[in-house]
Design a protein around this ligand. Structure first.
Ligand code: GDP
Ligand code: MG
Length: 182
């Protein structure tokens, strides 16, 4: 097996913290300034797993044009994994995940052909006390989704805070450990 390079795309409503999550994961930094990312771009981070294998994650972030859902084909094409991001303090962002997932499958050209495409659910902003999306609801979405699509593996659910740097690595490490491309 050669060196693994995985394309990972972050999607979800604007404002849920995608850019912050990536910054925290890559640079271990958080900034409160809200600046819509200019131009879809990726940053690559190499991870060494426990067994010594190296995996490079090429993490794609949107250009802040989420409202228009016009992320462009280059953003989605060739993705090896997709992180569905929502804000645990904003229910609408959670409700929109089904739409984001659908859009991703369509644009990436995967459709129903691969029910086991690796999605990961990531609820952000758990540092804020006014949580409105429960862990149970997140699990429910993952279960329902697996039932409907016939996926053999349920999508894993993570909760994080890009602000406090809590559990941010979990979702990315999970992808690095489990996703294998031939
Ligand atoms: P994006 O549009 O999905 O890329 O979201 P951003 O990363 O730009 O974040 C949107 C806003 O939420 C910014 O003001 C961030 O500072 C804030 N934010 C992001 N992550 C967190 C978090 O974990 N906790 C808190 N309290 N605020 C966050
Ligand atoms: Mg952003």
């Amino acid at each position: 097996m050669g060196k693994q390079l995985l394309k990972v795309v972050l999607i979800g409503d604007g404002g849920v913290g995608k850019t912050s999550l990536r910054n925290q994961f890559i640079h271990k930094r958080f900034t409160n300034a809200y600046k819509a990312t200019i131009g879809a771009d990726f940053i690559t981070k190499e991870i060494e797993l426990d067994d010594g294998k190296r995996v490079s994650l090429q993490i794609w972030d949107t250009a802040g044009q989420e409202r228009f859902q016009s992320l462009g084909i280059a953003f989605y094409r060739g993705a090896d994994a997709c992180v569905l991001c929502y804000d645990v303090t904003n229910f609408l962002t959670f409700e929109h995940l089904a739409k984001w997932r659908h859009e991703f499958l369509k644009q990436a050209g995967i459709g129903d052909s691969n029910p086991d495409f690796p999605f990961v659910l990531l609820g952000n902003k758990i540092d804020i006390d006014e949580r409105v999306v429960s862990r149970r609801q997140a699990r429910g979405f993952a279960q329902e989704n697996a039932l409907v699509t016939g996926a053999r593996v349920e999508m894993p659910c993570f909760e994080a805070s890009a602000k406090d740097g809590i559990h941010v690595e979990d979702a990315f490490l999970y992808i690095a450990k489990t996703v294998r491309i031939p």
